[in-house]
Structure formats: C-alpha cells, structure tokens
Design a binder for this molecule. Structure first.
Ligand SMILES: [Zn+2]
Length: 260
C-alpha cells in the first residue's frame, strides 16, 4: 500500500474545478475545452465598497478566473476617500485609486469606480438606478459582493444595491456573497461554496499588499490570512475562499419578484 504523506493525509480531497464549482463549462487558457464542449466564457463581476475589498474577499477566485482568461471586473463603490488619516478626501482617493489599479493589474482584471464616497455611501433611488445601469452595462454571468450583514455600513449598502439590481434585472447572474474577516466584520456567515486558492495565494497576497496605504501587510496574517487557512481546513486544502450562494438564481420575470 502506498504510504500516505502528511500532506496527502491533510489535503487528500480531489481538486474541484472552477467550472464544477460555479456551474459552467471550463475552458483552458488556450481556449480549449477541458472536457465538456466549448461554451461562452462567463464574465465575472466583483463589487466591493472600498479599494482592497474585492481583492481581500475574493482575490484568489478572481485570479483563478483571470488566469484562465475569463473577463473579470473589480468594481469599487468608492475610492477610499476616508481611508488615510491626515490626508484630504481627494488625496486619499487618488492614492487608493492607484493602489486599486495596481492590485487589478496583478490580478489581471479591469477596475471600475462607481462614484460613491467612503464612509458616506447612500442607498437612494438614484443609487439603486446607478447600480442597475452598471449591471446592465456589464452583463455579468457571476457576481460576487459583500455579505449583507457586515459591520461596515458601506459594505451593507454595497450588498443591498447589488442585490436589488440583480433582482430587478431578473436574477440572470449567479450571485455569491463574500466574507470579510468573519466573526469580526461578517456576522453569521455560513458558507456553502468553497474555492481552493492555494495555487494563486501569492498572486492574491501581492494584489492585497498593493494597498500599501492601509498597512495591510501588518494586519493581513491575523485577519484575512486566518480566514483563508480556516476555510482551507474546511475544504481539505491549504488555502480557500468561501462564499454563500444566493439560492434561486434562475431567471424569473421581474413582475413576480419586485414588491416595492
Ligand atoms: Zn471595506
């Protein structure tokens, strides 16, 4: 009998492909099908409240998609205007926009900024309409956003704006919620979907550390780092990201869904 190494013993689960996890036909970077017949590559949209949110809550999964040459968009509700002590809103926004752009270059994804203000995000008819227009323009197949019960108001607002737009557009995309330091920020988060990010962990960390103004290298190991390891333990791999899928993402007529 073949001797079981410690690594095999700890992480013996079979790798699950992105396609199997998210329910689409997976294509290799060369465009060739990895088994099933070729299909349209899904477009992935991640919407976070602040620069560094998409990268920290979903950066590994973004890297896996983009490394397979899937189109990935990293959208930021704000430019982190309130995020650097001693700097004006304009100065902070300029520094943090550049950091987000650098992170997106590392992940090979496109950055979009949605025009709200850090710490002062609004949930109004106008903001609902803006998010609907944005999702209409992007037409994603898979959407990731904040878990709606985060301690940060901006995260909650971001999540509700995305959820509302997803509903109004007929639940066409698969919608997943991401965790941010569960137990500290995300409350009552019980994942149902795991992605093994072990092979892109360095790429993810490099993208997160591009947010130098947040001294993220100092806090990362104790915050997001622990979460990646813990989800990896649950998933049978060294590092994982975990999500909650919004059930019932089949396309439903708008009139049956909207009650407002
Ligand atoms: Zn945030």
């Amino acid at each position: 009998m073949k001797k079981q190494t410690r690594r095999r013993f700890l992480y013996g689960a079979l790798p699950v492909t992105l396609g199997a996890t998210f329910g689409f036909t997976e294509l290799s970077a060369s465009g060739k099908s990895t088994g099933a017949p070729p299909d349209k590559k899904p477009k992935v949209l991640v919407v976070g409240a602040h620069p560094d949110d998409p990268e920290t809550i979903c950066g590994g999964t973004m890297a896996l998609f983009s490394n397979l040459e899937y189109e990935v968009v990293s959208a930021y509700l704000t430019r982190g205007e309130a995020g650097i002590e001693g700097k004006s809103y304009d100065e902070s926004a300029s520094i943090r926009t550049a950091e987000a752009q650098a992170a997106c270059n590392i992940l090979k994804v496109r950055a979009e900024f949605l025009g709200q203000i850090d710490g002062n995000c609004e949930i109004t008819k106008v903001r609902y309409a803006e998010m609907i227009d944005f999702l209409k323009k992007e037409e994603p197949d898979i959407i990731f956003t904040h878990w709606p019960i985060d301690t940060h108001r901006d995260h909650r607002i971001c999540s509700m704006l995305v959820y509302d737009a997803w509903l109004r557009l007929g639940r066409k995309a698969s919608l997943y919620y991401c965790e941010a330091m569960s137990g500290m920020q995300s409350q009552n988060f019980k994942p149902d979907t795991y992605v093994d990010i072990t092979k892109v962990i360095e790429q993810k960390h490099k993208a997160c550390y591009a947010h130098a103004s947040q001294q993220i290298e100092e806090t990362y190991p104790d915050h997001h780092g622990k979460m990646e390891v813990f989800r990896g333990m649950e998933n049978g791999c060294p590092y994982a990201e975990a999500f909650v899928k919004h059930a019932g993402n089949q396309i439903i007529e708008q009139k049956d869904l909207i009650h407002s």
